[in-house]
Write a protein that binds this ligand. Structure first.
Ligand code: NDP
Length: 240
């Protein structure tokens, strides 16, 4: 089953690797991004993927973007909720804005995109939804109450949505990546990264392609009996 795959945050980092891997599997990919037009245009030029500018934290923006994708490209069979941000800081100094922005961009985005896409998947009795959480949603992380809460929320969201749609041929799964080499981790202090790498049994960070490979499997027909699952890809950093 190919068709259209929507990848949020699909023009950079892990999302770009996911978009490319799904294109290699024969999907028409609609890669959603937020503000980095330069990265989106160079990604589109290099891959031929369709790109759409949309704020995944904004419900109306998601509804209209999904309508545009369906009109331009056709039925959406795969949704990868990958867009995410960090706004780190300890709770006793965190602004309400940094709490809400992280919850809305990482978690409410999953509601927004699924709300726009799931009804048509249910009508067609087929769909694959893959939500990108984080090892820090499983284990917590100092300075990330907002991010850890959002990413843990994705795990519960996935399980409930999987139950609601299993009989309709739609699978919903979570991937929890460990530390992956992207712009997000490049923004971290090297000494913090070094101390994290020391806690990873494989003694290295992961590559975006290593997450994309899990996504393409979960998106495939072969993964038809897997739903509501939480799959870790973290070099052994956290075993749950
Ligand atoms: P990057 O920062 O490299 O890329 C983030 C992507 O998300 C960009 O394409 C960005 O768009 C998009 N995005 C951000 N906010 C919005 C928004 N409001 N609306 C639409 N798109 C948005 O992130 P990574 O590739 O590192 O991370 C991808 C996902 O994986 C995230 O959910 C992250 O939390 C998760 N993750 C990452 C880990 C890591 O070590 N890198 C570890 C565990 C989980 P634009 O280009 O326009 O800015």
């Amino acid at each position: 089953m190919s068709g259209v795959a929507v990848v949020t945050g699909g023009t950079r980092g892990i999302g770009a690797a996911i978009s490319k891997a799904l294109m290699a599997e024969g999907y028409k990919v609609a890669a959603i991004y937020h503000g980095n037009d330069e990265a989106a245009s160079s990604f589109q030029g290099a891959t031929g993927a369709m790109t759409f500018k949309c704020d995944v934290a904004d419900h109306e923006s998601c509804m209209s973007t999904i309508a545009a994708i369906e009109k331009d490209a056709g039925e959406i069979n795969v949704l990868v909720n990958n867009a995410g941000i960090t706004r780190d800081g300890v709770l006793h100094k965190m602004s309400p804005e940094n709490w809400h922005t992280v919850i809305e961009t990482n978690l409410t985005s999953c509601f927004n995109m699924c709300r726009a896409i799931v009804p048509a998947m249910r009508d067609r009795n087929y769909g694959r939804i893959i939500n990108i959480s984080s090892v820090n949603g499983q284990k917590g992380q100092f300075g990330q109450v907002n991010y850890a809460a959002a990413k843990a929320g994705i795990i519960g969201f996935t399980k409930a949505l999987a139950m609601e749609n299993a009989a309709k041929g739609i699978t919903v799964n979570t991937i929890c990546p460990g530390y992956i080499e992207t712009d997000m981790t490049a923004a971290m202090k090297q000494e913090v990264l070094d101390s994290i790498i020391r806690q990873i049994p494989m003694t290295r960070m992961g590559q975006p392609d290593e997450i994309a490979a899990v996504v393409t499997f979960l998106a495939s027909q072969k993964a038809g009996f897997i739903t509501g699952a939480t799959i870790s890809a973290n070099g052994g950093q956290y075993m749950s």
